[in-house]
Ligand binder design. Structure first.
Ligand SMILES: C[S@@+](CC[C@H](N)C(=O)[O-])C[C@H]1O[C@@H](n2cnc3c(N)ncnc32)[C@H](O)[C@@H]1O
Length: 231
């Protein structure tokens, strides 16, 4: 009887130690990456910046970004390029609007309804500059300016290249997906990895309906897809 109690106590003790050790294992490496991107204004949360950093780390080949705005997502990609020591082409576009009127004209047409100009965009226009110029300053200040070519303008009109990893921040609702996805496809090499921001269930359904692609995962509203080529 005494022996049984001793055995039981040893089992409990072992369980307690195991739980305690597991707790240690689960906390020690739960660090954030503290990316420089987090200091730049924009809509990306730290978790999204980290996801983009990690995706860049595990992909290869040329990268296209649609929508750098002030360079927050761009910085996340640049930091991974710096850390991975991979010499990759990285082209990033943003519409070069300099007024709220230009913004409204473009987006009223894209969304097919009257579109509000967000305060962050108004701030840019009040400084008489473009998002690209401000992104260039932000990236230079973060020591990341050499990892990306920033281009002011519409990627649909200006870009001629094929990419292996595309981050597109211009897929927020069905009209924008219908407008931009065919062009993203045209710029995708077979097995290109896509990361699209703000992917609701219905947005994911639409991307899958309009392309030959496989849904991989959704992380912090970033939808990750594998492009399987044009049929
Ligand atoms: C949500 S913002 C991007 C935010 C940015 N990724 C960040 O981390 O803060 C979307 C941007 O996409 C740009 N954009 C939309 N359609 C575009 C296109 N066809 N070509 C280039 N840029 C585009 C807009 O000008 C806008 O600045």
């Amino acid at each position: 009887m005494k022996l049984n109690i001793k055995k039981q106590m040893r089992t409990w003790l072992a369980k307690i130690l195991e739980t305690r050790n597991l707790a240690l294992v689960n906390t020690k490496y739960q660090k954030t990456l503290n990316l420089k991107a987090e200091q730049i204004s924009g809509w990306f949360t730290p978790a999204k910046c980290e996801k983009l950093y990690k995706l860049t780390m595990v992909t290869n080949g040329p990268i296209l970004e649609v929508g750098h705005f002030l360079g927050k997502s761009t910085a996340s990609i640049c930091e991974a390029l710096r850390d991975s020591l991979k010499n990759r082409v990285f082209n990033s576009y943003d519409l070069g609007f300099i007024s709220a009127d230009e913004f409204k004209k473009f987006y009223n047409n894209v969304h097919q309804r009257d579109t509000e100009v967000p305060p962050l965009f108004r701030q840019i226009y009040s400084q008489n500059t473009t998002s690209t110029e401000l992104a260039a300053i932000n990236l230079r200040d973060a020591g990341l300016g050499n990892y990306v070519k920033l281009i002011s303008g519409n990627f649909i009109d200006l870009d001629q290249n094929q990419y292996d990893f595309i981050f597109c921040d211009a897929m927020h609702e069905p009209h924008e997906i219908e407008l931009n996805l065919p062009h993203v496809i045209n710029h995708s090499s077979q097995h290109c990895i896509w990361a699209f921001h703000d992917m609701s269930d219905s947005n994911i359904d639409l991307v899958l309906r309009l392309s030959n692609s496989k849904f991989i995962e959704r992380a912090h509203s970033l939808g990750i897809f594998l492009f399987l080529g044009t049929n």
